[in-house]
Design a binder for this molecule. Structure first.
Ligand code: CIR
Length: 275
């Protein structure tokens, strides 16, 4: 018998956050423009500021980086937080990132989180999954294949979530082009595959942003949102909508094709959800 039950909108509330340090090998990470130098010391300092900001709102578990996992700071890709009870540990689509899941799985178990480990042959990166109230959007990308998306979709439906799968036409992940600013607001570039109709079906208002790096913000709950300092117009727009905006310089993580959601796994408080 299906355990499905309909989900009300509820609130974003983060109880715990997992982050992982910047690898000394970050320069060798997966990325589109490999020739742009990354200042690893600066990346580390920016990441420390990110972690410090998150510590103001939740308990942060910080995992050590690895010399042999250049992308290990981008923990979001290794896990999908479906709800306040269940976290999926993924099979990242880039072979160089496959081993990153081991440390994250250990950390989730140490936190007594119920984990479900994805099975082959599907692959899926957490950056392709957007939880928005009662809907889970899954992007099919160069990293997330049909098998991975349908496996995750099946599990999410069992937990009572509506599932919408979209094709990611450009950019690394679905959340490269969109993210939630708060419970009801989807920020997106014009190339985002979630259009106005899909957003409305999920109970969201779609707000287009012109700055590509402005599309990935981190909703912290309680009307607070982290925005990259590389997207000042997006920060202004959100402030004008009444949100408490904190800007953060993550220039070196942007050079690694990362953005604000990528360096953390957010775990919700009981009865709440996270994006
Ligand atoms: C990668 O290409 O896998 C990393 N350099 C960037 C991952 C960014 N993660 C995310 O958007 N969730």
């Amino acid at each position: 018998m299906s355990r499905a039950r309909r989900r009300g909108p509820g609130l974003i509330s983060i109880e715990r956050i997992i982050v992982r340090g910047v690898s000394p090998a970050l320069q060798r990470c997966e990325r589109e423009k490999r020739d742009i130098p990354i200042d690893v010391a600066l990346a580390r300092a920016q990441h420390q500021t990110y972690a410090a900001l998150l510590r103001r709102i939740a308990r942060v578990v910080e995992l050590p980086p690895s010399d042999s996992e250049p992308d290990c700071v981008f923990v979001e890709d290794t896990a999908v937080v479906l709800d306040d009870t269940t976290v999926v540990v993924t099979r990242p689509g880039a072979p160089s990132r496959a081993s990153e899941v081991d440390m994250v799985l250990g950390a989730l178990r140490a936190e007594s989180v119920r984990t479900v480990v994805m099975e082959p042959p599907g692959t899926l990166d957490g950056g392709d999954v957007l939880r928005a109230a009662g809907t889970l959007f899954i992007g099919l990308s160069a990293r997330t294949n049909e098998r991975g998306a349908s496996w995750l979709g099946g599990l999410a439906r069992e937990l009572g979530l509506a599932v919408v799968t979209v094709r990611v036409p450009s950019g690394l992940h679905l959340k490269t082009s969109c993210s939630l600013a708060d419970e009801g607001t989807l920020l997106a570039t014009r190339s985002c595959p979630i259009d106005d109709g899909l957003a409305r079906q999920a109970g969201l208002s779609l707000v287009h942003v012109d700055e590509p790096l402005g599309a990935n913000v981190l909703a912290l709950g309680g009307g607070r949102v982290l925005v990259s300092s590389a997207s000042p117009k997006t920060a202004e727009l959100l402030q004008a909508r009444g949100l408490h905006v904190q800007t953060l310089d993550i220039s070196e993580l942007h050079k690694a094709d990362g953005a604000l959601t990528c360096p953390s796994i957010r775990l919700p408080a009981p009865g709440a959800w996270c994006t």
